[in-house]
Write a protein that binds this ligand. Structure first.
Ligand code: LLP
Length: 418
């Protein structure tokens, strides 16, 4: 059992996260709320650090997975770098105490303003995804009297065998630069006065459960680095992206060390520093969504547990048909019944789980597990629903790290007509 799983456990018949009862959290902060375990975040980071011990390697936490300032603060204190995809994420990293010099800027659509902000801040590297972006970055850097550090994000055309919406390294995907175009584009980048070539980057997809695709991508990236070296372009780092999956149901992802083993074996004796951009594997199993059952509704074909969280809070089930385990916080000694766990939003796609055997009554609390990654960050205000509060548990302490929105805040930026 991983430490993330141990951090959520039953004590005296009631679900706890570290030393705090989820019932107490619901009483203090209301529902729905996201609840994270600091110990689980720390131990997930330690697994990455240990797997990379003795290597010149850096971990750049992918901010998009969970960008709460307190979560970024936890990782910054552990010495993590960051992978960002917007000016907004850059601002968060800086406010949370992260270092720009340990931050890489990914993404296919960087705006001029975002490039400027990242140059000002002094990010370690721009992971450039197209020829047009390269030209723009060169001119923005020139206008600022700076040289922009770059890596080209190449698309190694490897099938990561994951959900099609989260595959990114196939030729048909919008990401990265086609492998066969990379050499010419590096040569072009070398000729541009305001760019400094530092590395090469790739990211082939997310929720990967098998090391083979990343090992295959690594082999291709190394081959490219060698061809570039032969042309006199020496890279200082190789960025192999994120992607390691977690257990939601019965998946068996390899431990970090096992996932990295076939990658690290290929890197023996090489000079380049290596870098990874893990997101989900650092935060996914460190968080849950706590919700209360409003109503039980028994129908002819289906029974519904209508809860106070919805697809606007956790969109993964609606968007990817993703499975999240659902656990009653205080199981009752009564017969189970099969429920669809659904929210109040007016869409048939608004479900958190289908066909779950639960022994519950209206008013009971449910924990939607493995919700620390791509939960709160993908939430919305659909149906004018204030977003959930976020709570960080550390031992016996629970701290609110984002308060619940108020309805007035949701339309504070709007006006009625004069
Ligand atoms: N680096 C880059 C360039 C990325 O695009 C991503 C994720 C990561 C790193 C982090 O990948 P991770 O270690 O978390 O797999 N919303 C989807 C996942 C989208 C992933 C997007 N890119 C979900 O909820 O499953």
């Amino acid at each position: 059992m991983s430490s993330a799983e141990q951090s959520v456990h039953f004590r005296d018949g009631s679900l706890h996260i570290e030393g705090v009862a989820l019932e107490d959290i619901a009483r203090r902060f209301g529902t729905p709320c996201y609840v994270y375990s600091r110990a689980a975040l720390t131990s997930a980071y330690a697994s990455w650090r240990e797997a990379l011990a003795g290597r010149r390697a850096s971990i750049c936490y992918a901010v998009k997975a969970n960008s709460n300032l307190a979560i970024l603060d936890v990782f910054a204190r552990l010495g993590s770098g960051f992978d960002i995809v917007s000016g907004g994420e850059l601002a968060r990293v800086l406010v949370a105490g992260g270092q720009a010099s340990r931050t890489v800027f990914s993404g296919v659509g960087k705006s001029t303003a975002e490039m400027r902000a990242a140059l000002e801040a002094g990010v370690h590297c721009f992971n450039v995804e197209s020829a047009a972006e390269l030209e723009r970055l060169n001119s923005v850097a020139g206008a600022h009297g700076k040289r922009a550090p770059i890596a080209l994000r190449v698309n190694p055309d490897v099938d990561p065998k994951t959900h099609p919406y989260i595959s990114t390294g196939l030729r048909k995907n919008k990401f990265g630069i086609a492998f066969e175009d990379a050499i010419a584009l590096y040569a072009h980048a070398r000729a541009l006065a305001n760019l400094e070539i530092r590395g090469i980057a790739c990211h082939i997809g997310s929720q990967l459960l098998d090391p083979a695709p990343i090992a295959e991508a690594t082999a291709k990236v190394l081959g490219l680095a060698d061809r570039l070296a032969a042309d006199g372009i020496e890279l200082t780092h190789l960025d192999l992206g994120g992607g390691l999956g977690i257990r939601y149901r019965d998946e068996a992802p390899p431990p970090v060390a096992g996932y990295l083993a076939p990658v690290l074996a290929q890197l023996e004796g090489r000079r380049e520093e290596i870098r990874f951009e893990p997101g989900r594997s650092l935060v996914g199993n460190a968080g849950l969504l706590l919700t209360r059952i409003e109503y039980l509704k028994h129908g002819a074909e289906k029974n519904f547990a209508v809860v106070d969280a919805a697809m606007n809070d956790l969109t993964r089930p609606a968007l990817y048909d993703a499975f999240h385990e659902i656990q009653p916080v205080a199981p009752r000694p009564v017969a189970t019944c099969r429920y669809d766990v659904v929210g109040p939003v007016c869409e048939s796609g608004d479900f958190l789980g289908h066909d779950r055997e639960l022994a519950v009554e209206a008013g009971d609390l449910l924990a939607i597990l493995s919700a620390g990654a791509y939960g709160m960050t993908m939430s919305s205000n659909y149906n004018t629903r204030p977003r959930a509060a976020e709570i960080l548990v550390d031992g016996s302490q629970a701290r609110q790290i984002r308060r619940r929105e108020t309805v007035e805040e949701l339309f504070a930026l709007e006006t009625t007509l004069p």
